[in-house]
Design a protein around this ligand. Structure first.
Ligand code: ZN
Length: 283
């Protein structure tokens, strides 16, 4: 079923019952049928008297719940509200705010914030597991005030490293934007140790062709990367009305995630559900 084409009403109607939500999560988690997480056996006794079904492996007796290992593990929020949250998160290119989500699924602001925080944490982990490859370009940029002629960084500005894989036609094919936190908050220059750390964590080790530009006034700055950084800042400021340093990274990862999937025409909902329900499928 193509959920990406559904309206919110159609989607809500489809997932209006517990059994529809349970069936959807079961088939996403175990598309080939139940597999015991301990011994890989394929048969289980199912207990359905609880709020959520419990599966006991027929071979090793290991018990696993429908939501163990998923983003919903440990949550008391109804499955229907989780699935609706994933849909709302992916329904528009701009995403959703905590206030919008809390009104839509009728939960407290705190619960909505936690749901969105968990979704962003999954995206953040996925981003960190996927390295750039092939030819890679990196440029420094700034989130915060759009332009500050001072040599010192303003306290509302945050340094970024923007990197992308580049294909043979010079197209930027996979974007990453990472927040660089330096010990001196006024420092505007990104030191080599930080670009080296980005290189080690976010670029495949056998990549030969890596171009790094960290100067803010050099003509060799890579304009497409700066435009991505500008778009990310604009999206964060318009949708969330600005962010401090604590959670900035997760929102930058959300921006890159949306951009990377839409540039490959991959529907966000289907991809996000895989990440959140089947964490081993990070891709
Ligand atoms: Zn087992």
């Amino acid at each position: 079923m193509n959920f990406a084409c559904m309206s919110l009403d159609q989607f809500q109607n489809h997932f209006s019952t517990d059994s529809a939500c349970i069936a959807y999560i079961f088939h996403t988690k175990w598309p080939e049928g139940f597999i015991c997480p301990r011994c890989k056996h394929s048969h289980a006794y199912v207990t359905t008297t609880r709020r959520l079904p419990l599966y006991e492996c027929c071979h090793c007796r290991h018990q696993t719940s429908l939501i163990s290992g998923t983003i919903m593990e440990g949550s008391r929020t109804e499955l229907r509200k989780w699935i609706l949250s994933l849909f709302l998160f992916s329904h528009t290119t701009k995403g959703t705010t905590t206030t919008e989500l809390s009104k839509f699924i009728k939960v407290t602001y705190k619960t909505a914030w936690l749901i969105l925080h968990k979704i962003r944490s999954v995206i953040h982990s996925s981003d960190n597991q996927n390295q750039l490859s092939g030819s890679v370009c990196i440029n420094s940029a700034i989130y915060g005030r759009p332009y500050n002629p001072s040599v010192h960084k303003h306290r509302q500005e945050h340094l970024l490293l923007v990197g992308s894989s580049v294909n043979e036609w010079n197209q930027f094919t996979h974007l990453k934007i990472k927040h660089v936190l330096l010990p001196n908050p006024k420092e505007r220059h990104i030191p080599r140790i930080e670009t080296k750390a980005f290189h080690q964590q976010h670029i495949e080790s056998d990549t030969q062709n890596v171009e790094i530009v960290t100067g803010f006034y050099t003509p060799s700055r890579l304009r497409p990367l700066l435009i991505f950084a500008k778009q990310a800042s604009k999206w964060i400021n318009n949708t969330f009305h600005g962010l401090g340093p604590k959670h900035l990274q997760k929102y930058l990862d959300e921006f890159s995630y949306r951009l990377n999937l839409s540039s490959k025409n991959i529907p966000i909902f289907a991809h996000l559900v895989q990440l959140c329900i089947k964490p081993s499928s990070y891709q």
